[in-house]
Design a protein around this ligand. Structure first.
Ligand SMILES: C[S@@+](CC[C@H](N)C(=O)[O-])C[C@H]1O[C@@H](n2cnc3c(N)ncnc32)[C@H](O)[C@@H]1O
Length: 252
């Protein structure tokens, strides 16, 4: 697998123009120490979070599957900060022979690990890159029945955005098919321009992780959970939370 996201990096940035609510959270977690912290981001995408962290002074490395995303992100970071810190690779198998102070996987990217085997090998790679004081963070949404159990052919408008390539206002309509046995949602995005013309389509899968199974997976893989937050504002996780954000260290 050399690519998971088959949309162009520009389209990704355009459609996720609204995703800014996590930046302050990561800045606070990662830029809080006095010394320059080393940080490894998994599934770094187009460098959305890399940008903020490098600007804040982190010694940042990213890993991303899509070569197009890597090239695009590094071009942006090179022109702003003179560095190209994002490497192409699969987060399930990587070995940088280095330990980082902070490791994190944000914005639901963990959900692209579609089975327990993938989670286990991912966590084993993560642990190789942790020292005794490293913190590993994982940020995913809590699966909600209203999101998962929709009529199969019901299209839901999920976002409006400005397409910087075509210079047109656009919308994405979503179809979702949930396999409750495998706990995998197949998401189909249909891109329409302002004349209602379809100009792109994109399908991807996400595994739904409920808090109890995620807690078991993390602990069974030798991680000790220090905190679970339910929002980027740092509220404790509760049954009403939309997010589950884990802070882990290596088990002693
Ligand atoms: C929702 S995007 C998040 C990107 C970025 N972290 C952000 O916050 O904007 C998910 C990213 O995961 C990447 N991805 C999926 N599977 C991967 C894998 N096995 N290894 C590395 N990256 C992967 C995709 O290419 C995509 O860039």
């Amino acid at each position: 697998m050399s690519e998971y996201y088959s949309i162009s990096p520009t389209l990704y940035d355009d459609q996720f123009w609204w995703k800014k609510d996590d930046i302050e959270f990561w800045n606070q977690k990662i830029l809080c120490s006095k010394k320059q912290a080393s940080v490894l981001e998994l599934a770094a995408g187009t460098g959305r979070l890399a940008y903020a962290l490098i600007r804040g002074g982190a010694e940042y490395t990213g890993l991303e599957l899509s070569q197009d995303f890597v090239s695009y992100a590094n071009l942006k970071l090179q022109s702003s900060f003179g560095c190209s810190p994002i490497l192409q690779g699969d987060m399930r198998h990587f070995d940088f022979k280095k330990q980082y102070d902070y490791l994190f996987i944000g914005f639901n990217s963990f959900l692209h690990l579609l089975n327990n085997h993938d989670v286990n090998i991912f966590l084993s790679s993560i642990k190789k890159h942790m020292h005794k004081k490293s913190r590993f963070y994982l940020d995913v949404f809590v699966p909600h029945p209203l999101f998962l159990y929709r009529p199969k052919n019901l299209k839901t408008k999920v976002v409006e955005f400005y397409n910087s390539e075509t210079q047109k206002e656009c919308v994405i309509e979503e179809l979702l098919d949930y396999n409750s046995t495998q706990e995998i949602a197949t998401v189909h995005w249909i891109y329409l321009d302002n004349c209602n013309q379809r100009f792109n389509e994109f399908q991807f899968k996400m595994k739904m992780f409920y808090p109890d199974s995620l807690i078991s997976l993390l602990t069974e893989n030798g991680l000790s959970i220090k905190n679970i937050w339910g929002s980027y504002e740092g509220e404790d996780f509760s049954e009403d939370s939309n997010l589950q954000i884990y802070e882990c260290m290596l088990l002693d």
